[in-house]
Design a protein around this ligand. Structure first.
Ligand code: SF4
Length: 231
């Protein structure tokens, strides 16, 4: 639910005299060094043409103020692609938020951007609550089977860096591709081993055949048993 600079809103009307609440999606750019086969962004029409587009703060700031006059901005969602590759835009948005909006911020990251330390410094220094969703599908997953050691090390480093920033919440989030269903339990256990806390997951918007759906349910049940045994 939100208002991206340029998209049409779709939620219930606000009480009389109040502006309707909106989460504002701020898109820094579209690019990402990742190679996920299921990437909706990279498989979308026009991506090759638009991949190098970047948000221009001088153009975006007046638009954000315009939206803030029309709606009660109750949060910022930063997108798309790997936003950590744009540290200067993170610094700009967090400063604008501290000055004018002071609302919670949410974003995804794959954790492997070379600019991660600089972005984490800006996030740790920001005054507003930040929710960071760290995308990791597990050790045997289509996405991370080749780089899980690097990704897990990046997560541990991020968690350590943010341990001094109580206003920042770092959570793991996983996607499940049809081919991942046979390793679902092992993949989810690798997330639990990495961070013994609840994590978010979602099956990809792809067609799962009957045996993949059965395997998904079987593996998820086995994982939940194991997780509950661990308490
Ligand atoms: S990390 Fe995200 S944006 Fe990058 S390729 Fe993977 S799914 Fe796409």
């Amino acid at each position: 639910m939100g208002e991206a600079v340029g998209s049409a809103p779709s939620v219930a009307a606000a009480p009389a005299g109040q502006r309707p609440g909106r989460v504002l999606k701020v898109v820094f750019g579209l690019d990402c060094a990742g190679t996920c086969s299921y990437c909706a962004l990279k498989t979308s029409n026009g991506f090759p043409r638009a991949r190098h587009a970047r948000l221009d703060p001088a153009l975006a700031e007046p638009k954000i103020r315009e939206v803030a006059e029309k709606y009660e901005i109750c949060g910022l969602e930063v997108g798309a692609g790997e936003t950590f590759d744009q540290p200067e835009l993170w610094e700009w948005l967090l400063a604008l938020n501290a000055r004018e909006l002071n609302v919670p911020v949410m974003a995804f990251t794959g954790g492997l951007s070379k600019q991660t330390p600089r972005v984490l410094d800006a996030i740790a220094a920001s005054s507003a609550p930040v929710l960071l969703l760290f995308s990791y599908d597990g050790r045997r997953s289509e996405r991370n089977s080749a780089n899980w050691r690097e990704v897990e090390a990046a997560f541990r480093a991020m968690k350590a860096r943010l341990s001094v920033a109580p206003h920042v919440t770092l959570k793991l989030t996983a996607c499940v591709a049809p081919r991942d269903t046979r390793h679902l339990k092992e993949n989810f256990l690798s997330l639990l081993d990495l961070d013994p806390a609840p994590f978010a997951f979602r099956p990809l918007k792809r067609s799962f055949n009957d045996s993949e759906r059965e395997e998904f349910v079987k593996q998820l049940a086995a994982f939940l048993d194991e997780a509950s045994n661990r308490g």
